[in-house]
Design a protein around this ligand. Sequence first.
Ligand SMILES: Nc1ncnc2c1ncn2[C@@H]1O[C@H](COP(=O)(O)OP(=O)(O)O)[C@@H](O)[C@H]1O
Ligand SMILES: [Mg+2]
Length: 326
Amino acid sequence: MDVTDLRTVFHTQDGVVHAVNGISFHLEEGELLSVVGESGSGKSVTMMSLLKLLPIPPAEIASGTVMFDGKDLLQMELEELREIRGGKIGFIFQDPMTSLNPVFNVGFQIMEPLKEHLGLSKKEARKRAIELLELVGIPGAADRLDDFPHQFSGGMRQRVMIAIALACDPQILIADEPTTALDVTIQAQILELIKDLRKKLGMAIVWITHDLGVAAGISDRIVVMYGGFVVEHAKVDDLYKRPLHPYTRALLATLPSEDGGEERLKSIRGTPPNLGAAPTSCPFAPRCEHAFDRCHKENPALERIEGVHDVACWWDVEKEAPRHAS
Ligand SMILES: Nc1ncnc2c1ncn2[C@@H]1O[C@H](COP(=O)(O)OP(=O)(O)O)[C@@H](O)[C@H]1O
Ligand SMILES: [Mg+2]
């Protein structure tokens, strides 16, 4: 999948909210890409834009292409896009619109996409639903099809969500903070499950999280978002060994230290940017310890530093000097 120059705004009573400001990234077959950033950085809006799951209006996808299998999802007829949603692209979002429906038993909710997208008969769908529940580690799968969502624990409900997302054997799984609401032990179990499923099924995964620590353990590559922009992009090892954006560095500094010494969970100083105006300066500048005059005047574009390492910053944190003569 190739996303290019995606821009999404919301038209609200208080004016235009610039949620996603021209971001690009690509996803290779079978890889795990994490999208990391603080709450409000535009991660969910980006992912929902890809599949046009936002209410339009107030949302408007102002520009961009999302190429998948040779076609632009943003130009596709709604009917064709519906085939892809939950078919070739499975997704787990936090919002209630795409979560389990309390009124139907989970068997029905898993079997529905199987009948709709794959044309399975009721009997075939039932058999596959049991396989899927077993795949995601739900004990006594066959006996649980008739149970309703409230009869499952939080962790088990999330497993059911994953089973639904995987039902049609997708090429891509988009998982938007699927472990955030769960306690730490269950989170770890879901992460293990995802790693395991990826080995077994080989789909590509876009993993959205505000937690760089979680992303570390599972990703091939990481995209760091800030204020609706991609500010850094690198292979996971490079990002940890050689973070180039002051925001990435700040995120890393908020992680508990590895030697288990003093657990430093400080938050990044300052507040996230106001998205009410299209930025004409670096959105991170007001919070950045390295900001100099250029940062307050011009917004740096994402530029390739080496290999697959990109950063959008006027300051070279390694040389401790401006990256370019201005
Ligand atoms: N329906 C909406 N109307 C107006 N603004 C919205 C709406 N949905 C999201 N936003 C704004 O878009 C920005 C990005 O939100 P989001 O993508 O949910 O962030 P993240 O997922 O990174 O926490 C936020 O500032 C949020 O307030
Ligand atoms: Mg979100």
